[in-house]
Design a protein around this ligand. Structure first.
Ligand SMILES: Nc1ncnc2c1ncn2[C@@H]1O[C@H](COP(=O)(O)OP(=O)(O)OP(=O)(O)O)[C@@H](O)[C@H]1O
Ligand SMILES: [Mg+2]
Length: 361
């Protein structure tokens, strides 16, 4: 059912996205990135693709770390240990291989990785690689919302990725990110001094649905429930084309069956989520909090750089230097609160814009 609110795990519940699923499934490069705004369908595309792979999949949901101010090796070791249970269930012989890793204990299907053995992550990958090679498979490590790992202190994950990229021919990474700029900054693919410099990565972008796609999605979704569809243009105008919000609308619409009320609920829920994310973003940036707010409020209607500068200056009654404005805007773009469209800075989605408009405050 298209309107099931959980991330989709099977293809019949996933509308469209065939090409994207195929590209993830193909594992064309040692690292595949799945990029898209919040609610674009990243987890769904990855789950559908991996459910159709004949390979062991180690799935780490890094969003569990969202509220942590910083991460240590221990967090990662714990998450990896938990994530190994599922592939071991599916491929029991994998247990025998993983038992060889120093600092790992395997009881039944439970894996514990000692946080004292820092070499154990490389070793886990090496044994996964060896098993995969001998079994004629690939070992797939998914890190959903991988940008959360930028908060990891005292352990160089990039080196691990680069080592795996270059040496472990049967290990593949799929990394998703809703804060696209942040994920790219983390991977430092274009930084000559970085371990991953110059490596090709396959990037699969999940764009919002177009009006036509949204219309078909709503029509076919409603048909599954035997309910007549809403005015798709009106829904699209209010909630935009992100599949997550259309699904939320659809689910509400087929449950309570009021178009207006379902739009209202979707907008209100989305606005709350965006504000929560923005509050997270502002943590640790308190010195510039007011400036970020002024910029987002001004940019809700799409404006030019100079106008944003003027808005910040007006709010403080003094001149601000250009580099500071550029720095603030870059952060907002990296975190997906704004995007550049030609000369203008705009919220990438109508519901992000709505979260910063006065009438919702
Ligand atoms: N192509 C699709 N067809 C049907 N439903 C979809 C599709 N894409 C996403 N959804 C639905 O939209 C919602 C969000 O999807 P999902 O959780 O996969 O997105 P996400 O990008 O991982 O979101 P988040 O950034 O919040 O983690 C879920 O309810 C999911 O079922
Ligand atoms: Mg997700």
């Amino acid at each position: 059912m298209y309107f099931d609110p959980r991330p989709k795990t099977s293809r019949e519940d996933l509308f469209d996205r065939e090409e994207e699923v195929e590209r993830v499934k193909a594992l064309r490069a040692p690292i595949t990135l799945v990029l898209g705004l919040r609610r674009a369908g990243k987890s769904s595309v990855i789950l559908v693709a991996t459910s159709e792979m004949p390979h062991p999949v180690v799935y780490i949901d890094a969003r569990r770390f969202e509220a942590e101010p910083y991460l240590t090796f221990k967090h990662v070791a714990e998450a990896l240990g938990e994530a190994l249970a599922q592939p071991m269930r599916r491929f029991p012989r994998l247990r025998e291989y993983l038992k060889n890793v120093k600092g790992i204990s395997v009881t039944g299907f439970e894996v514990k990785i000692s946080w004292r053995e820092r070499g154990s992550l490389v070793e886990v990958l090496e044994w996964l690689n060896r098993w995969a090679e001998e079994d004629g498979r690939k070992a797939v490590v998914v890190i959903d919302e991988a940008q959360e790992l930028t908060k990891l202190k005292g352990y160089n994950l990039l080196k691990l990725l680069a080592y795996s990229y270059d040496n472990l021919r049967n290990v593949y990474f799929v990394l998703s990110g809703s804060k696209v700029g942040l994920l790219k900054k983390f991977l430092k693919l274009e930084d000559a001094g970085s371990p991953l410099y110059g490596r090709y990565v396959e990037a699969v972008e999940l764009r919002p649905f177009t009006l036509e796609e949204a219309k078909r999605f709503l029509e076919e979704g409603c048909r599954q429930y035997g309910v007549s569809p809403p005015d798709a243009e009106k829904v699209y105008r209010a909630v935009g084309g992100l599949p997550g919000w259309l699904t939320y609308f659809g689910y509400t619409y087929v449950s309570v069956r009021g178009e207006e009320e379902s739009i209202r609920q979707t907008v209100s829920y989305a606005v709350d989520l965006v504000r929560q994310e923005f509050a997270h973003f502002l943590e640790g940036r308190w010195a510039a909090e007011k400036r970020y707010r002024v910029i987002m409020e001004a940019a809700a209607e799409c404006v030019a750089w100079s106008e944003l500068k003027r808005a910040v200056e007006a709010s403080e009654g003094r001149r601000i230097n250009d580099a500071e404005i550029t720095r603030l805007l870059k952060n907002l773009v990296d975190y997906g609160f704004l995007e550049k469209r030609g000369n203008l800075y705009c919220p990438p989605d109508p519901l992000i814009a709505a979260a910063f408009r006065k009438k919702y405050r």
